[in-house]
Design a protein around this ligand. Structure first.
Ligand code: PLP
Length: 426
């Protein structure tokens, strides 16, 4: 039996009430929740790492397996969703999620691959302007990708890398970032930072950064692995040059799901942007005439190399349909409520045990909270798992939790705090 102290009883009532009032609560039934040995659903707070499987995912995959069985190569035209334009079925939904025009978006490859394809086009060092800005604690793949691009251009992987340092706890303030342009603007060629940092959960002011960077003629890209499907994004209006994200975190496309790419309209249909090219980037009306000369699509699809992986795209499409139905604005409204509730509960119950390193205000974060354990205890993740919680651990002392508005509840948040408190007080 777990003990619930009196100060928490008020919270359980409010959690239940908030779930009853939640207009999106029914979306939880559209996903498979992992189950404990006793058959109870886990409290799943790992949607920032791998989103849950939509109930419709297997149907979407099976339809393509059946079409392949039935039609062979003719599935390219005769499948219910023809394979030839299959990636196009994901475009509108992806554009809605990141606030883009349809022509600015394409789903293809995986994220790190896309970062390289985009940097091939948009990291163009010239003269003194050679440097790339990333954030402290950037995801390792981003750092490796950026440093290898520096080397590819004959620049120095450390001296030409500017790493934005935290200047307020674990937080990198917008002023600190804008200052960096004032000091180094004439040396900076490109910015590539996470829209939401994977470690701290901090969301950056992408609009302010883009505007400032452009006054210094710097190209701006964002890695939205933790931003897409989590934040309200307006990439087109903010004027961001390029962005990429993965399909398997908040977007629930399944392990290794294809990535999405955004390229601002102003860079489309240009002949002076270098690019790695392949047949799927060729103008689709003449692609199968197999001409010698490459004529690019007028859209972000010009960056496509290969024909799309149908089996991998099918579950992502299943999930994007759910996003479309729920609406990004509604999801963000619930997300703010859910994370604020969880934060309040942690602050009221666990202040002597846990420090939240994620910024305290909704405009500076998505749904993730990163919890630093003041006195780390051994095997905390196993202990959480034993009581029915799936969360994520980052060395040396950080638990990352993400209450996801599509399938998490206020009662999940309540139970998490009760269970964690019991473990920490044991
Ligand atoms: C998850 C994540 C990746 C993963 O890259 P893949 O190419 O999909 O394996 C890269 N960058 C960031 C910021 C991430 O959060």
């Amino acid at each position: 039996m777990i003990s619930v102290d009196k100060s928490l009883l008020l919270y359980i009532e409010s959690a239940k009430r908030l779930d009853l009032l939640d207009p999106l609560s029914h979306f939880r039934d559209r996903f498979h929740l992992p189950k404990t040995d006793s058959g109870e659903p886990f409290i799943y707070f790992c949607g920032n790492s791998l989103g849950l499987q939509p109930n419709t995912a297997s149907q979407f995959i099976n339809e393509e397996l059946d079409a392949w069985k039935q039609y062979g190569v003719d599935g390219h035209f005769h499948a219910k969703r023809p394979w030839m334009p299959y990636h196009e079925f994901l475009t509108q939904y992806s554009a809605e999620i990141v606030g883009a025009l349809e022509k600015e978006v394409v789903v293809m490859n995986s994220l790190s691959v896309n970062l390289h394809l985009l940097m091939t086009s948009f990291y163009r060092p010239e003269g003194k302007k050679t440097k790339i800005i990333i954030e402290n604690n950037a995801f390792p793949s981003d750092r490796y990708a950026v440093q290898s691009q520096l080397k590819l251009h004959g620049n120095h992987p450390n001296n030409d890398l500017i790493i934005l340092q935290p200047n307020d706890g674990a937080i990198i303030t917008t002023d600190g970032i804008l200052d960096c342009f004032e000091h180094h603007g004439d040396e900076i060629a490109m910015v590539l930072i996470g829209g939401v940092n994977y470690y701290s959960g901090q969301a950056f002011d992408m609009e302010a950064i883009t505007t400032k960077a452009h006054t210094y003629n710097c190209v701006v890209g964002f890695d939205l692995a933790h931003g897409a499907g989590n934040l309200k994004l307006d990439l087109h209006d903010w004027g961001v040059d390029f962005a990429a994200w993965c399909g398997y975190k908040y977007l629930n496309g399944g392990p290794g799901a294809p990535s999405g790419v955004f390229i601002h309209e102003r860079h489309l249909g240009k002949t002076d942007i270098p690019r790695f090219e392949g047949w799927w980037g060729h103008d689709k009306s003449t692609r199968f005439a197999m001409p010698d000369e490459f004529i690019p699509m007028e859209t972000a699809e010009a960056w496509q190399l290969s024909n799309p992986p149908i089996m991998a795209m099918a579950p992502l499409l299943a999930s994007l349909e759910i996003f479309h139905e729920a609406g990004m604005e509604n999801l963000v409204a619930k997300s703010i409520q859910l994370t604020d509730y969880l934060e309040k509960l942690i602050l009221s119950q666990l202040t002597d045990k846990i420090e939240i390193i994620t910024p305290p205000s909704a405009i500076n974060r998505g749904c993730q909270l990163s919890l630093r354990m003041i006195n780390p205890i051994d095997n905390i993740m196993d202990k959480l798992n034993d009581v029915g919680i799936i969360a994520d651990w980052r060395e040396p002392d950080v638990i990352r939790i993400a209450p996801v508005p599509l399938y998490n509840t206020f009662v999940d948040c309540f139970q998490f705090v009760v269970l964690l408190k019991n473990i920490l007080n044991a």
